[in-house]
Design a protein around this ligand. Structure first.
Ligand code: DC
Length: 221
């Protein structure tokens, strides 16, 4: 049996994970948040107190186990979904995700995960690197101001201290690091459908995407 793969890429705060999660629920597919995996490795490095600036310190990745269960990420059997959102992790994850050895290992795990079930996978390099043959590829964007506003609201709702100016600076910095890094920079696959979500609600984006999927399914392409 051939399983369906849906790739959702885009920068931080474009609504990727909320949209990918809803889409997965709607289609009854497994949702795989690859950003959470890079964050989890960063969390483990921080907890182990290793030097984040030394790539070879990340050998522990070969002995690290990941499992997604109902939208939650378990690392070595422990649910880390909440802790991977800490500011400390957010501020260090770009560095960690720039390492080739870390990327190669996580990409191979992600490819395995997509082999045996229908998946909606979100990240930065899914459409052109992790799942180049995905059945559907979407690239979500939004202006920096809009993304900072969304993160700010999200933080306030979660009772996390938040400064919108600082968020804007951090998002711009992360965009710069993610798009200019040497290995697998953030970019759309050539055949991805690009959706600017700045003036759309979450539900509108989910509807747009599901409509596109149904259209293709019904046309039998
Ligand atoms: O989507 P996010 O903000 O949780 O991602 C966290 C970091 O991980 C972000 O700096 C980019 C990186 N990342 C990546 O390099 N490749 C992916 N497939 C997913 C995330």
């Amino acid at each position: 049996m051939k399983y369906i793969q849906i790739a959702v890429d885009g920068p931080a705060g474009a609504g990727k994970s909320t949209i990918a999660k809803l889409l997965a629920k709607e289609l009854n597919y497994t949702y795989i948040d690859t950003g959470a995996m890079y964050r989890a490795i960063t969390l483990k490095a921080i907890e182990k107190k290793i030097d984040i600036n030394i790539e070879t310190e990340f050998d522990f990745i070969y002995k690290t186990n990941f499992k997604f269960k109902k939208d939650s990420l378990f690392m070595d059997g422990i649910n880390v979904s909440q802790r991977v959102r800490n500011n400390d992790v957010s501020n260090n994850v770009s560095k960690v995700s720039s390492y080739l050895s870390v990327r190669e290992k996580l990409v191979s795990i992600q490819q395995l995960m997509a082999k045996n079930e229908n998946v909606v996978m979100d990240g930065r390099d899914i459409g052109y690197k992790v799942l180049p043959n995905a059945n559907f590829k979407f690239f979500l964007t939004a202006s920096i101001d809009e993304r900072a506003e969304r993160r700010h609201k999200d933080n306030l709702e979660r009772d996390i201290k938040s400064d919108i100016k600082l968020l804007r600076t951090e998002i711009a910095r992360r965009d710069y690091l993610d798009t200019t890094r040497l290995h697998s920079p953030l970019k759309p696959a050539d055949d991805a459908i690009i959706i600017d979500t700045s003036h759309l609600t979450i539900d509108e984006v989910v509807s747009l995407i599901t409509l596109r999927i149904r259209e293709v399914e019904n046309s039998g392409i």
